[in-house]
Design a protein around this ligand. Structure first.
Ligand code: PHE
Length: 340
């Protein structure tokens, strides 16, 4: 009897039904009136009392197993069949969806745009493939200026008039051509420069540039706008300083430094012990640029500024290697705020 129980057990374990009919057949063969298990129960009545306890337990366990399996097989097959028939079980638990995170460059870009929108700046975009006039000539670059050199600019199809924009100032030119002052606009976008890739430089990066053209715009307006931006981006304690600089399209021009937000200006590795971090270039729009774009330079003046989003993100989040932004390593990306 012992061996028959074991044999039946193996049979149940090995059985793989192909459809619901086979399950029912199998059930009858085992549990039906003349079924194998029913027969075993009949025989069990005749078993000597000293074996009853042990065999009774085994036979009952076998019966429970058969009942359990029959239900499990039925559920499995019903699921497969209803899925094949295209039926949708809306009561089934949903498959978990991983929540994505925004790329840090997108996060910071959006934050920059939001800060300037609170000052009344709208957003404008433009083409990445540009011509010489929008990127250089309209912006008062002399013909022999080194930034036009093959070293910095990607030209297209050996036609030096068509190129990948090296800054989003080209968008500002397009805005000045198509709108009348007052103009208050920020221009985000990808820019391209023929630079060797390293921890602090890449041939593709992102900029947000800004332009304000109206009557009586002064350097004081520029300074106050940048100070507001720095405090919103890096915290209430942020201070700025301006150093004289040169750009063909602004006069006077300046580089802006923000007090190092890691050491609070005391000096650390990140700010190279100066207490200051360079964040952008800026200046008063050169009258030649206004003229080239059809704006009366005697009536209107303006300021402009431009910053690299990668750099602002590095300073804000302490990212030490710029290449991380382009590798799409999920372990890096997941450290930034999730979408929801
Ligand atoms: N266009 C400059 C650059 O790409 C930045 C800039 C914009 C500087 C506006 C001054 C004024 O480096």
């Amino acid at each position: 009897m012992q061996s028959r129980i074991e044999e039946l057990l193996r049979k149940v374990e090995q059985f793989k039904p192909a459809n619901l009919g086979e399950i029912e057949e199998f059930r009858i063969k085992i549990l039906g009136k003349k079924g194998e298990l029913t027969e075993l129960f009949e025989e069990f009545k005749k078993v000597s009392p000293d074996l009853k306890r042990e065999l009774g337990q085994k036979i009952n366990r076998l019966k429970n197993l058969v009942l359990e399996r029959v239900t499990a097989w039925k559920n499995e097959l019903e699921e497969v069949e209803s899925a094949a028939a295209g039926e949708l079980d809306v009561t089934r638990p949903a498959t978990a969806q991983g929540i994505g995170t925004r790329h840090p460059i997108s996060l910071v870009r959006n934050e920059i745009l939001a800060i300037f929108s609170r000052l009344g700046f709208t957003t404008a975009e433009g083409p990445e493939i540009e011509d010489d006039w929008h990127v250089f000539s309209a912006l008062n670059f002399p013909p022999e200026h080194p930034a036009r050199d093959m070293q910095d600019t990607f030209f297209i199809e050996k036609n030096p008039d068509i190129l990948l924009r090296t800054h989003t100032s080209s968008i500002q030119v397009r805005v000045m051509q198509s709108q009348k002052p007052p103009i208050r606009v920020v221009c985000p976008g990808r820019v391209f420069r023929n630079e060797a890739i390293s921890y602090r430089a890449h041939c593709i990066f992102h900029q947000v540039e800004g332009l304000y053209v109206a009557e009586n715009v002064s350097f004081a307006d520029l300074k106050q706008t940048i100070l507001y931006f720095a405090k919103e981006m890096f915290g209430e304690d942020a201070r700025i300083r301006m150093r004289p600089s040169y750009f063909p399209f602004t006069e006077p021009s300046a580089e802006v430094d923000v007090s190092c937000n890691l050491c609070g200006g005391k000096g650390c590795n990140v700010c190279k012990h100066t207490g200051w971090l360079e964040i952008m270039g800026c200046g008063m729009v050169d009258p030649n640029v206004l003229k080239a774009c059809g704006i009366d330079s005697r009536k209107y003046s303006g300021f402009a500024f431009g910053m690299g989003v990668e750099r602002i993100t590095m300073l804000k989040y302490g990212v030490k290697d710029l290449r991380l932004y382009f590798e799409n390593d999920i372990r890096f990306l997941q450290q930034f705020e999730s979408v929801i």
